[in-house]
Design a protein around this ligand. Structure first.
Ligand code: FES
Ligand code: FES
Length: 162
């Protein structure tokens, strides 16, 4: 291990992972470059757009703002962890069916923000959905179809679903 790299351990989508990286390398880049999880997207790179949203220890975070050192030992959930085998997560199905995704750059972040919202509030009102996704920007959809997708996903989820 070189002097400027650290060995870091984290759990990603339930699987243990070890990376050697500069401690200030962004979690976003470690996910994409070191772990090959390119579902998480970079938009602004400065905490403004939510494209890079993942969950860390159950909190929704912008992975472009988190140095990997800060994620050492953490449990990270990314968009790749939503589908189980070939079965899409209800939110993914709803985004497909309701037209919640167009170019798709914002979609992984939207899905993670919506996952976070539904984990805490399984049946949010439209206002709560707007608030829950307020940190995520979309340049394509006008937002309404995204909000409708979250409503549809909430309706299709079983009471104790993810
Ligand atoms: S890329 Fe992280 S908030 Fe925009
Ligand atoms: S679908 Fe293109 S930015 Fe949201």
């Amino acid at each position: 291990m070189s002097a400027c790299r650290s060995q870091l351990k984290l759990t990603v989508n339930g699987q243990p992972a070890t990376v050697e990286a500069p401690p200030m390398k962004r979690l976003l880049d470690v996910l994409r470059e070191d772990l090959g999880l390119t579902g998480t997207k970079e938009g602004c790179g400065e905490g403004e757009c939510g494209s890079c949203s993942v969950r860390m220890n159950g909190q929704l975070i912008n992975s472009c703002l988190v140095p990997i050192l800060q994620a050492n030992g953490a449990s990270i959930e990314t968009v790749e962890g939503l589908a189980i085998d070939a079965e899409l997560h209800p939110l993914q199905k709803a985004f497909l069916e309701c037209g919640g995704a167009q170019c798709g750059i914002c979609t992984p972040g939207m899905l993670m923000a919506a996952t976070h919202l539904l984990a805490h509030n399984p049946h949010p009102t439209m206002e709560e959905i707007r608030e829950g996704l307020a940190g995520n920007l979309c340049r394509c959809t006008g937002f309404i179809k995204i909000f409708e997708s979250v409503v549809a996903a909430a309706a299709m989820r079983a009471p104790n679903a993810r």
